[in-house]
Design a binder for this molecule. Structure first.
Ligand code: BES
Ligand code: MN
Ligand code: MN
Length: 462
């Protein structure tokens, strides 16, 4: 193990430069214009795996973007860890809000990252975190210290809902058989406070269309007499939450898991500074469901948020128009035991029922995902706890998070394998936003911690 750690220290500049090269390829999965860049990124990841010493490296095509696979079996009687991550990234828009090019990585120092952070789309989510596993693997292979078997499955469609990965799991159960899935695609509390993610929210995502008159109208000639679809849409959305920020869709909370008082007390002990939180976001107050803390509102409670809204005239200057149509994209984050399909149905029925007579509405469901909670009393989890305790010098805190990784629930239902969510990002790393970054401290801490995971896991299983 010492040899692997020494190898990591000796190669840290190269490890950084290789990540910077990977970040230069704009692997935006949502936009077909980047299809070739997505493929180039898959090829680069495959190449790195191969050079690090993985066998049977493949770039497996899907109906969407390819999956990169690789493995190393050292002894079939030893446990097998499968690393999952994604090489695709979110679109960079709005591009003019970036201080440097989203695909032109630069290292800069910040308050949260005094040692420097890499600014680029995907630096934290998830190229930087995924690549830590490739480099940790390289270090173990180069020093002959990989203690168990390993498989890599790195996908290119996470940011668009992992649409084709479910089918891949169904049809490759044998190939993907393993004892645990190890994922670094979440955050820690801060660089002095390690944590392990023990829950992710689910997701129901819909697009709505509100149609009024059969054409755009002069807002003077018709305004006041004809229902304006944008006004109506705003009213409908506003009505979906009451004054306590409780969602009004009938049945929405029916299946919500009631978290025990003890667990709530426990989760609120995790360090959280409301003042820092507000300052980081440039807000003077938080807002959310009555009766719950910020930590609870972003983990154990479901939400409804408009992600985008459009219609009418949004160009330069003023154009007087009463639009024919209005649109919105709405996400609902879900908690155990809510079902995305059921929530989408409830949303649709409610949205249609509250539409006033002067408009027609259409609800189009997008991708969704099931929520997950992971156990904390298994060797799989304990190994992560021990590994982080070793490298941070502090016991990590279990913490449920608000984001979603829909494939995690399928790992359990299709492959029958549980995941360990050992991420190293910070919530303030601006993932999905302009100026996304990833701390050098976090990148190197991840590479350092991962080999201990394999060591402790193998020991705990033997
Ligand atoms: N890595 C994130 C999820 C995440 C971020 C979990 C921070 C916990 C902490 C992932 O790439 C992501 O963005 N997921 C999407 C899912 C969607 C595209 C189906 C999300 O949460 O919006
Ligand atoms: Mn991610
Ligand atoms: Mn993401």
């Amino acid at each position: 193990m010492q040899a692997a750690q020494q190898y990591i220290k000796d190669n840290q500049d190269r490890f950084l430069n290789e990540l910077l090269d990977l970040l230069r390829i704009p692997s935006v999965s949502a936009d077909p214009a980047y299809k070739e860049d997505v493929q180039r990124t898959a090829a680069s990841v495959a190449d790195h795996l191969q050079k690090a010493g993985a066998d049977n490296v493949e770039i497996i095509p899907t109906a969407g973007h390819p999956i990169v696979y690789g493995e190393k079996t050292i002894d079939a009687t030893l446990p097998t860890v499968m690393v999952y991550g994604h090489y695709d990234v979110q679109p960079a828009d709005p591009i003019d809000l970036w201080d440097s090019g989203p695909f032109d990585p630069v290292v800069k120092k910040t308050e949260a990252h005094p040692q420097g952070a890499i600014y680029a789309r995907g630096s934290c989510d998830d190229k930087g975190q995924m690549f830590m596993h490739v480099k940790a693997f390289e270090a173990m292979m180069a020093t002959n210290s990989l203690p168990c078997n390993i498989k890599f499955m790195i996908e290119g469609e996470e940011e668009v809902g992992s649409e084709h990965l479910g089918h891949f799991l169904e049809t490759h159960k044998e190939k993907l058989s393993c004892d645990v899935i190890l994922i670094s695609d979440t955050s820690i509390i801060d660089n002095d406070t390690p944590s392990i993610t023990t829950g992710l929210r689910g997701l129901s995502y819909v697009e709505v269309e509100v149609v009024g008159p059969n054409r755009d109208l002069h807002s003077g000639v018709y305004g006041g007499a004809v229902g304006n679809p944008i006004n109506v849409l705003c009213e409908m959305i506003a009505g979906m939450m009451d004054e306590n920020k409780h969602i009004t869709i009938p049945g929405f909370y029916d299946d919500v898991e009631v978290v025990s008082t003890e667990e709530r007390v426990e989760m609120n002990k995790a360090p959280f500074n409301l003042e820092h939180y507000q300052k980081d976001l440039g807000i003077n107050a938080v807002r959310g469901e009555e009766g719950y803390t910020t930590a609870e509102r972003t983990s154990i409670r479901p939400t409804l948020d408009v992600n985008g809204i459009w219609g009418g005239y949004i160009g330069e200057g003023a154009k007087t128009v009463l639009p024919s149509k209005a649109f919105a994209k709405i996400s609902m984050r879900l908690v155990p035991n809510q079902s995305p399909d059921k929530i989408t149905e409830l949303f649709k029925a409610y949205f249609e029922s509250i539409a006033p007579a002067e408009v027609k509405v259409v609800v189009r469901p997008h991708h969704g995902g099931e929520p997950v909670v992971t156990p904390t009393d298994t060797p799989e989890y304990l190994a992560a706890h021990q590994a982080m305790e070793k490298t941070f010098g502090k016991a990590p805190i279990p913490k449920r998070e608000g984001g979603s990784i829909p494939i995690v629930a399928l790992f359990e239902s299709v492959l029958g394998v549980k995941s360990v969510l050992m991420g190293f990002g910070l919530d303030s790393d601006a993932i999905h936003s302009p100026n996304e970054h990833y701390g050098l401290f976090n990148y190197y801490k991840g590479i350092e911690t991962i080999p201990y995971y394999y060591q402790y896991y193998t020991a705990l299983k033997s």
